[in-house]
Design a protein around this ligand. Structure first.
Ligand code: NAD
Length: 497
């Protein structure tokens, strides 16, 4: 795959990458440009400029102007524009999928699937044209008391790299539908997908300035966006560290934040589970996007009575997955996004082995000339993991299945809840009582029972504890993008009719 083929004069990216501000491509930068690197090969793809605080201010100022008109449009009128975006996403799915695969490393097939996921977020947002947008409350006669939703104004969207297209849509679609303007700050690793999507929005009829993209480092460009006085809300997906920094800054301005942060999902297999299904799902939920999903199976707890039967099945499924060039149609496992991530995952595996875990499979770079460059990490199996090991507590974000055993319901629930994170958990059992008790007792915002993900656009993706604050998707996610206005209208004789 020639990576330059994503840059052509009539492509969504145009001939050269740059910020998208007021509907125009801008290439001025402040400080060193950020290199975009193909994770599968290590090949340099492009240099992307970093936006200064002044450029961010320009994007916000154009957003303020564009929002005035957009916010006055009816929900139905906004939905028409979102419908055009949805259509164009379908038409450009392969083009954007290619960009996602080149900069993020997931198999092209999955990257095209990610664009389908982006469409689903627009589909749900479009459905909100029919939502109830307020309440009329009983009050005195001759008075009308209403509480209704209004847009926030300008929303700052800060993106991670693991789903650069789907998470753009997850946040931009409801924010637009609710009547806001948006300034997006994509991840340093994956800015190209956001640029392409902003251009797609422009072609779909989104007014200039309503959706801008400013690229650059989190603590420079991202911080300037959070700081800007006209940005009324920040929605961010990323690390707990980044989320904390953003929240501290936002506290000074007293603006709302919605933060989707990391996870350490326990995958719990009770002795009465369907072991075939549980083993397949445990591996799928671990290897999805090379393990770089906040809902991934981060630690597998299997009851000691069924440990050996389960492990045999897990080994078979893991062996069946081979890392392959993302553009090979049969590829199901790509590289990690960056060498920084590779080094982090490798050191976590090495540390687990030092602490007494058994490395049964993988553990680093797969064998073969095709994996000599790029950030390839073999599917890895660690057994004998115990609660004291670092790998049992910290997020791995890589294709490493860590297996530990438990003896009782109370033990596994206590160990699962002991993680600082609280995003997703998985429960496999055929016993209704076990399942219902676990749904009550597990301190996680999103629980999967006898099935793996992905989450659906009408659900509510919400992390507890260190996994975040707020949430995305569905009606609860949508509500993040509105504020409420109360009106008392006197119209009876006593009000001077
Ligand atoms: P990160 O926090 O380093 O970066 C995420 C985004 O935040 C980037 O755009 C970055 O530039 C920006 N950022 C970082 N610090 C900032 C600051 N101080 N001010 C403004 N912006 C700032 O995380 P990452 O490396 O992109 O992603 C990996 C992490 O994200 C993992 O921990 C993963 O679990 C988590 N994640 C969570 C979800 C979810 O839905 N909860 C989804 C994907 C990834």
């Amino acid at each position: 795959m020639d990576v330059r083929s994503i840059f052509t004069a009539d492509s969504l990216l145009g001939a050269e990458p740059g910020h998208v501000i007021g509907g125009a491509r801008r290439t001025e930068g402040s400080g060193d440009p950020l290199p975009v690197v193909n994770p599968a090969t290590g090949e340099h793809v492009a240099n992307v400029p970093s936006a200064s605080a002044e450029l961010v201010a320009e994007a916000v100022s154009l957003a303020v102007q564009a929002q005035r008109e957009w916010g006055r449009r009816s929900h139905t009128q906004r939905a028409q524009v979102l419908r055009s975006i949805h259509t164009l996403l379908g038409e450009h799915a392969e083009e954007i999928g290619r960009i996602v695969a080149v900069e993020q490393g997931k198999p092209f097939r999955d990257a095209v699937g990610e664009i389908g996921g982006a469409q689903n977020f627009f589909e749900f947002a479009i459905s909100q044209q029919y939502r109830e947008i307020g309440e009329v409350l009983a009050t005195e006669s001759g008075e009308q008391l209403t509480v209704r939703e209004v847009p926030i104004g300008v929303v700052g969207v800060i993106l991670p790299w693991n789903f650069p297209a789907a998470i753009f849509a997850r946040k931009v679609a409801p924010a637009l539908m609710a009547g806001n303007a948006i300034v997006v700050k994509p991840s340093e690793f994956t800015p190209l997908s956001a640029m392409a999507l902003a251009e797609l929005c422009r072609r779909a009829g989104v007014p200039d300035g309503l959706v801008s993209v400013v690229c650059g480092p989190g603590r420079q460009t991202g911080a300037a966006l959070v700081d800007h006085p006209d940005v009324g809300m920040i929605t961010m997906t990323g690390s707990t560290r980044g989320g904390r920094e953003i929240m501290r800054q936002a506290a000074e301005k007293l603006i709302p934040v919605s933060l989707e942060l990391g996870g350490k999902a326990p995958f719990i297999v009770f002795p009465d589970a369907d072991l075939d299904r549980a083993a397949k799902d445990a591996v799928d939920a671990r290897l999805w996007n090379a393990g770089q999903v906040c809902t991934c199976n981060e630690i597998t707890y299997v009851h000691e009575d069924v440990r050996d039967e389960f492990l045999e099945r897990v080994r078979a499924h893991l062996r069946a997955v081979e890392p392959k060039d993302p553009f090979d149609p049969s590829s199901a496992l790509g590289p990690l996004v960056a060498d920084r991530e590779w080094n982090k995952v490798k050191s976590m595996v090495d540390r687990a082995v030092e602490q007494g875990a058994t490395l049964e499979m993988g553990g680093g770079r797969p064998e073969g000339e095709e994996f000599a460059t790029g950030n390839w990490f073999a599917p890895t199996l660690l057994t004998g993991v115990t609660a004291e090991m670092d790998i049992a507590r910290s997020e791995v974000f890589g294709p490493v299945l860590s297996l530990t055993t438990f003896a009782s319901y109370d033990e596994v629930v206590a160990r699962a809840n002991a993680t600082p994170y609280g995003l997703s958990a998985y429960v496999y059992s055929r016993n209704l009582h076990t399942v219902m008790r676990a749904l009550d007792d597990l301190e996680f915002g999103e629980i999967y029972v006898n099935k793996a993900g992905p989450e659906r656009p009408q659900g509510f993706h919400t992390g507890w504890k260190d996994s975040g604050l707020g949430g995305d998707d569905g009606v609860h996610g949508y509500e993040r993008y509105v504020r409420r206005k109360t009106a008392y209208v006197g119209y009876g004789p006593e009000y001077g009719e």
